[in-house]
Ligand binder design. Structure first.
Ligand code: 0O2
Length: 221
């Protein structure tokens, strides 16, 4: 009956946050293992911090509307890739690309799409690498590959993005031109700082970067 169908859908929607939360936890554990190994090998952690979030229901439905998709459970699960989000903040740009290369070779993470806003920043100056991945959740009689959006950025880029986010909402999404200019200038300062930090990174690495990159890229299960 119609009410049974509704009840079933209600249950499925209710399970979604749990499913996405577990996918985030699985992924976070994988990243933490890499982080620990790296720290032992290199004497510093490539990751400053990791944050996770579930997209607000409002924000999910706004996105579905913006994309002109039907507001169904199927759409959320199959067409919205950032219901579960993870932000990995690194000290150095180079480490972002090492992590990215590593994600690509793992059998237990599927890389679906990469948007490199470091190579090509957004017009306002926003920089980050966005990676859409799928993470397997092993259930009793099924493996569900759950979408997660990973944002990789440096501390400096993260500082800029938090500031820009606050300003954007402060001005109700209509940022006056002089503030836009100042943000662009701050973005150039971010670049400059990240370049300087890369120079300093050499001082803390006791062995060749290329060897490490190859080691990371050859890992498979
Ligand atoms: P929340 O937390 O999701 O409510 P697409 O998926 O390609 O159709 P979308 O979703 O705009 O389009 O993808 P994009 O641009 O790759 O990533 C959106 C997310 O990246 C944002 O989440 C921000 O976290 C971040 N982001 C992208 N551009 C900017 C920017 O100019 N400034 C800042 N501060 N962050 C940005 P949501 O959707 O805002 O939030």
């Amino acid at each position: 009956s119609e009410s049974e169908v509704m009840l079933k859908q209600y249950e499925q929607v209710n399970q979604l946050p749990t499913l996405y939360q577990l996918a985030l936890e699985e992924l976070e554990t994988k990243i933490k293992v890499i982080q620990a190994e790296w720290k032992i090998r290199n004497g510093y952690s490539p990751i400053e911090h990791i944050k996770t979030r579930l997209k607000e229901p409002n924000s999910i439905f706004n996105k579905i509307q913006r994309k002109g998709l039907p507001p169904t459970l199927d759409t959320i699960v199959n067409d919205i890739y950032d219901v579960a989000g993870m932000r990995i903040v690194c000290a150095f740009v180079k480490d972002i690309y090492f992590i990215l290369d590593h994600l690509k070779v793992r059998d237990d993470i599927r890389v679906v799409e990469i948007k490199d806003y470091i190579e090509k920043p957004k017009p306002n100056g926003y920089q980050s690498v966005h990676v859409i991945v799928q993470v397997p959740l092993v259930l009793f009689d099924d493996v569900r590959w759950v979408y997660v959006e990973i944002q990789l950025r440096t501390l400096a880029m993260d500082f800029w993005a938090s500031m820009e986010h606050i300003i954007y909402y402060k001005f109700n999404k209509h940022v006056p031109p002089h503030v836009v200019d100042e943000l662009a200038e701050a973005a150039r300062a971010v670049d400059e700082l990240d370049r300087k930090m890369l120079d300093l990174r050499k001082e803390i690495l006791s062995y060749n970067d290329e060897d490490w990159a190859q080691g990371m890229a050859s890992i498979s299960l």
